[in-house]
Design a protein around this ligand. Structure first.
Ligand SMILES: [Zn+2]
Ligand SMILES: [Zn+2]
Length: 351
C-alpha cells in the first residue's frame, strides 16, 4: 500500500466531483506527546486512506492538528478508530458551519517540528499555562464589558472578511508577527481583561500562554474558536456577534457565519468577501476578487499577471526572476492594490 498520494491535482478534483456520497468537513487538534511522529503518521495514513478520508494533517512530537473531510457513511467508524488510539481518545471534534464536502481533494499528513508554525521557543515559557476557556455564552457576557480588550489572533487577510464586532484586528501577515504585535501594543494594559479568539482555538492556546508569560494577568480565549462559536450560536439560538465570513484553510477558503459581507473586491471596491489565489502561478497571491473582475482579469490580480498567464512557456521563464523580487512581501503588495483603490475612489468622488 502506498503511503503518499500519487495522483495529480486535476485527477483528484475530478474524482472528488464525481463522488456519489457526501462528506463532512471536520477539524481537531491536541497537544499531546507523540513518541514517534513518523510511525504515527504512517499508521494514520493507512487507516484514513482506507476510509477515503481527505485533508491536511500535521503531526509533531508535540501533538496533532487536523483539518479533514470524512465520507458521511464512514464517520462513525472514523470516530471509533480515533477513540482506539490512546493519543487521540475522546477528541473534541469541530464540524464546519457551511459545508459542501468539497473542502479537500487529497489526503496529506505531514510530520512537522510543530503543529502550528508560531516561531516561538517553547522552552522559553510555560506552554501549558494557558488562558481561561470560554463558551459562546461566557464569551458574550465578557465581550459586552467596555473594559475588555477583544483581540483577533488571526492574520489580516482572515479578519478582513470576518471578525467579532469591536475586535482589534492587527495587520499581521503571520501568527508569529501577530503575537509579537499584541505583546508590544498592549504592554501598558497588562491588567485589563483580555479576550482572544482564532479559527479553531489552537492559536489561542499558544498566544494565551505567551501573553501570560509576559505578565498579562487576565487572559481568556474562545474555546474551539469561531467554528465552535458558530455551532453554539446556532444550537442555542443566540445572536451572532461575529460578522462576515470565517476564513478557513481549505478549498472553500471561507464559511459564512452572519451573512453580512464586510470586505471589498481588491480591484474594483465592490462588496465582496470571496478570496481567490491569483491565476498566475508565479504570483499566486491570495486576494479578494469579485466575479466581474475575475472575468475581466482572467482570475489574475493585475494586468501584469494576466500577461504572464497568457505568455508562452518560454516567456514565462523570463518572468520567474522578476516575480520573485516583486512579490517577496505580500502584505505590501496587497496594500499597493488597496491604495490604488482608495486613490481611484477619491478621484471618482471628486468627479
Ligand atoms: Zn471587482
Ligand atoms: Zn498576481
Amino acid at each position: 500500500m502506498h503511503l503518499y498520494n500519487r495522483f495529480n491535482k486535476d485527477e483528484l478534483k475530478q474524482r472528488l466531483m464525481g463522488e456519489v456520497f457526501k462528506r463532512k468537513t471536520i477539524s481537531f487538534y491536541r497537544y499531546v506527546s507523540i513518541q514517534d511522529p513518523l510511525e504515527f503518521r504512517n499508521q494514520l495514513y493507512r487507516a484514513w486512506s482506507a476510509l477515503d478520508c481527505l485533508g491536511r494533517i500535521y503531526v509533531a512530537r508535540e501533538g496533532i492538528n487536523a483539518q479533514m473531510s470524512v465520507p458521511e457513511h464512514q464517520l462513525d467508524r472514523f470516530l471509533k478508530q480515533l477513540d482506539e488510539v490512546p493519543e487521540l481518545k475522546q477528541m473534541p471534534i469541530k464540524y464546519a458551519i457551511e459545508d459542501d464536502g468539497k473542502s479537500f481533494y487529497k489526503l496529506t499528513i505531514k510530520v512537522r517540528p510543530k503543529i502550528v508554525a508560531d516561531g516561538l521557543d517553547d522552552n522559553a515559557f510555560d506552554v501549558s499555562n494557558v488562558g481561561k476557556h470560554l463558551t459562546a455564552t461566557e464569551f458574550h457576557d465578557l465581550v459586552d464589558d467596555p473594559d475588555t480588550l477583544l483581540i483577533d489572533m488571526r492574520n489580516h487577510y482572515e479578519s478582513e472578511i470576518g471578525h467579532f464586532k469591536g475586535a482589534i484586528c492587527p495587520e499581521a501577515d503571520t501568527f508569529r508577527e501577530e503575537i509579537e504585535m499584541v505583546v508590544h501594543d498592549f504592554q501598558d494594559q497588562k491588567e485589563r481583561k483580555i479576550l482572544l479568539y482564532c479559527t479553531g482555538g489552537i492559536r489561542c492556546e499558544k498566544a494565551s500562554a505567551y501573553l501570560r508569560h509576559h505578565g498579562f494577568s487576565d487572559v481568556n480565549q474562545l474555546h474551539g474558536g469561531i467554528i465552535e462559536y458558530a455551532q453554539q450560536v446556532k444550537r442555542l439560538n443566540l445572536e451572532s456577534k461575529f460578522v462576515g465570513k470565517n476564513f478557513v484553510f481549505d478549498e472553500r477558503l471561507g464559511e459564512t457565519v452572519s451573512g453580512e459581507v464586510i470586505a471589498h473586491c481588491h480591484q474594483c471596491g465592490r462588496k465582496c468577501d470571496s478570496h481567490t489565489n491569483c491565476a498566475n502561478n508565479l504570483c499566486h497571491i491570495l486576494f479578494i476578487q469579485c466575479e466581474e473582475c475575475a472575468r475581466e482579469f482572467d482570475g489574475c490580480c493585475t494586468n501584469e499577471c494576466q500577461t504572464v498567464l497568457h505568455a508562452s512557456e518560454e516567456d514565462r521563464l523570463l518572468f520567474v526572476q522578476t516575480f520573485e523580487r516583486k512579490f517577496g512581501n505580500r502584505k505590501s503588495f496587497r496594500k499597493s492594490i488597496d491604495n490604488k483603490l482608495r486613490i481611484d475612489s477619491q478621484v471618482a468622488k471628486k468627479e
